[in-house]
Write a protein that binds this ligand. Structure first.
Ligand code: PLP
Length: 427
């Protein structure tokens, strides 16, 4: 459920008409709904309430400080994967006791930064990382809490590039190595093994991959506890899918039904690292048509949102619903099925202005004819949109606004040309 609705033929975010935002802040523009962000966080908190989980919003999803601050204010901790994300979490008011630090390639500096912040735990992904952590912890004479990240070797049935929990990816450690690694830690004065971490991939549309991974995780936790480790935490990562096409995603309760019994059985406190579930459908990208174009027997809608703004279609073949912000009379607001042909539409490619054939937001999409200046809404763009944006092709990053009822707050200004060269040393 989100707060983007057509009212009298015009798309609104909460109580504000999108065209007024495009006018005021320009395009391309990321528009976020505060009510939707909080609703999604509350859905998770309510579904898992029985086990009182620590929810650590996954900063990589959408790192805007204002959104992080909102998460922090409403009870969330943070999952960070780099020194930069840790910096952001702290800037947003996060405290180390609610931060988990993941990432397959933490540098010494980043580990030191995490220790300085006294993060709740490091999610350790390799022997070599453990060696580095033990060295740095001993150097600082600081006890460091860790979870071992297991590679659960389950197929989350998502895109190959977002599949992290299959054997052979760079993430985590194989099941059969965890007990031996844990055994070696027993004599280590500075490293305290406190949990097991896993992240299967994303977005996940069934509970089965979690069930399969947890079937093995619970006995493993018991085994590690029997070794003498104080296994306080089970961290099941993120990955809960969202509605990108239709209503294909599961509610939080469905995941809770599978995950909570495992946490109870393992006698662990549960940590969740949701990102997309909270932010994905709380944001849209508003773009403006530059030119319509007919070429090679195809209809192109060239609009000002490029792969530098939203790279998911190019990178992951991701599907984003796209529809005019003010559809002509007679057209649905919006259609039930964004993939179906309907009267008044034609098959189009929605492309950006960037010099790459891969620069598109959608291909083979049924859309009404669009004219220069028309606005398009690209839905489900709140997660991994702005966070993955770049300056490629000399493009200034988009602005971001956060809507709360009838008020619109600019939470990131549009970049300028001066921003493009700011970090370059003088020529
Ligand atoms: C370790 C880890 N945790 C959490 C997440 C967040 O995943 P999602 O946004 O699908 O919830 C990711 C995403 O890549 C991840 O790698």
């Amino acid at each position: 459920m989100d707060y983007f609705r057509y009212r009298e033929g015009v798309l609104h975010c909460e109580d504000i008409a999108i065209p007024s935002l495009a006018e005021r802040f320009g395009t391309p523009l990321f528009v976020y709904s505060q009510k939707t962000l909080l609703r999604h966080l509350h859905e998770l908190q309510a579904a898992f309430a029985e086990v009182e989980p620590l929810i650590c919003y996954s900063i990589k999803t959408n790192a805007n400080l204002h959104i992080c601050k909102l998460m922090q204010t409403f009870g969330s901790g943070f999952d960070v994967t780099s020194g930069g994300e840790l910096f952001r979490a702290l800037q947003a008011g996060g405290t180390g006791d609610k931060i988990v630090f993941a990432g397959a390639g933490k540098t010494d500096d980043e580990i030191r930064q995490g220790m300085e912040a006294k993060v709740l735990m490091f999610n350790v992904e390799s022997d070599a990382e453990l060696t580095a952590l033990a060295r740095l912890a001993s150097e600082r004479q600081q006890i460091v809490r860790i979870a071992l990240r297991v590679n659960p070797d389950v197929d989350p049935q998502t895109h190959a590039k977002t599949t992290t929990g299959k054997r052979g990816t760079k993430f985590g450690m194989d099941w059969d190595r965890i007990a031996a690694i844990a055994g070696r830690l027993l004599g280590n004065r500075w490293i305290k093994l406190s949990g097991l971490h896993m992240h299967l991939g994303s977005p996940i549309l069934t509970t089965e991959p979690y069930a399969r991974a947890l079937e093995r995780a619970v006995p493993l936790i018991r085994e590690l506890r029997a070794q003498g480790h104080d296994m306080e935490y089970l961290n099941t990562g993120g990955g809960f899918g969202i509605h990108y096409r239709k209503q294909e995603a599961l509610p939080a309760e469905a995941f809770a039904k599978v995950i909570m019994p495992a946490a109870k059985e393992a006698r662990c406190k549960l940590i969740l690292e949701p990102g997309r579930f909270i932010a994905g459908n709380a944001g849209l990208l508003v773009t403006r048509v530059i030119f319509p174009k007919e070429s090679g027997g195809r209809h192109f809608i060239i609009q000002d949102g490029g792969m530098n703004d939203l790279i998911r279609p190019t990178l992951y073949d991701a599907f984003h619903r796209i529809w005019p912000v003010q559809p002509a009379p007679g057209l649905p607001c919006p259609p039930e099925d964004f993939e179906a042909a309907m009267p008044g539409t034609q098959l189009c490619d929605v492309v950006g202005p960037i010099c790459e054939t891969g620069d598109y937001l959608a291909r083979d999409r049924w859309l009404p004819p669009m004219q220069t200046g028309d606005l398009l809404a690209v839905f489900s763009a709140g997660a991994y949109g702005m966070a993955m944006s770049s300056n490629y092709n000399g493009r200034c990053r988009a602005a971001e606004v956060l809507i709360d009822g009838g008020s619109a707050r600019l939470i990131r200004r549009r970049e300028t040309y001066a921003d493009l060269i700011r970090a370059e040393v003088e020529v």
